[in-house]
Ligand binder design. Sequence first.
Ligand SMILES: Nc1ncnc2c1ncn2[C@@H]1O[C@H](COP(=O)(O)OP(=O)(O)O)[C@@H](O)[C@H]1O
Ligand SMILES: [Mg+2]
Length: 395
Amino acid sequence: MHTGKSTRARERSDRVIHSRASRGRRTDRPRSGSNPGVLTISTEAIAAALAADRIPYLDSDWISAGAVRVNDGQRLDLVLGFHLGDRHEATLEHLRAICSRAAGRPVNVSLSTEIGTHAVQAGLRPLARIHNIIAVASGKGGVGKSTVSANLALALLADGGRVGLLDADIYGPSQPRMMGTSERPQSPDGKTMLPVMAHGLATMSIGYLIDASEPTIWRGPMVTQALQQLLTETQWPELDYLIIDLPPGTGDTQLSLVQRIPVSGSVIVTTPQDIALLDARKGLEMFRKVQVPVLGVIENMAYHRCGNCGEVSHIFGEGGGQRLAEATGVPVLGQLPLDAAIQLAADGGRPTVIAEPASDNAQAYREIARRTAAGLAGRVQGQGSRFPDIVIVDD
Ligand SMILES: Nc1ncnc2c1ncn2[C@@H]1O[C@H](COP(=O)(O)OP(=O)(O)O)[C@@H](O)[C@H]1O
Ligand SMILES: [Mg+2]
């Protein structure tokens, strides 16, 4: 759930089109000529237009999502729980057009983002300063979980979020390489650590602390303890999202991690052949067991585009993600091709989203990031009745 003020504002705007903010200023509200009823009619017409318009990345319209803060017939303030990134301006233009057309007069539209703190597992509480933890998991290693985590974090950051990245893959920490840094975290007080800043992300990894060339044997309880320490003994700045790159697999270690870390949502990374092997499904079931919502599945190495002729081939089979989605009711957040450029960028310390921001692959990561953030936001915004009681206040 959203905490505090914004939830109440959303619930209210779900039901009453004349929000309190607009009613509160009744005295200085401009009246339109001889017909005092015209504002109400405009308000109603704008609400109808918003109820028929779908929010990008969200399976919901603006009214059902509770996005309306103020609608007084001339001014419309909308608030979303995630960033639209490069689609913000076009969406705003579109809203201005449909609302002005509906109202028969220019409507002044504003659209802002407030990222709430979302519910975590029963018995746990969100960490101070970290509003949402998103766990990135996979049924097995080598499917591209770390590459996705790095690009997801960078895409959320590029869209305007405050983002951190915790490399929890204690068996094979790869974020130091993908972030292009091996800096040792500073500890000014000897008790807590400062995150290592990389490409604008606050990052922490066991790889910063241990020598990666020396094999380390980790037993289950040690893994959990080490990770909880990395999480709680790092002085994270205020973060909208902390992306956690989890150890691969769905065994006891992973289960106990997702039981102890307060997670708001998870995403599962898989390759098409893993879908066939049902590894992804095991991951999905693990999160369901601990009541962490699975925001969706990311199909990595889903296809290959020939560098010469551009032909697309589905090396590992096709449609697996869609079948998994249908069987489990979890959306496919997106697909990424098997592409040497993704590998070169990630393993070279500058993942695709920042190395080649104009590429199709970067765009695919950004779309995935927005669907993920929207899925999290929609859990709150979509919780109101899907067909809200619209009360037109008669004045
Ligand atoms: N879509 C992709 N196309 C090509 N190479 C990829 C892709 N995704 C990941 N890789 C590469 O595959 C290897 C394994 O990816 P990684 O993210 O480390 O997997 P995991 O964390 O699941 O073990 C890395 O070298 C990475 O750069
Ligand atoms: Mg990894």
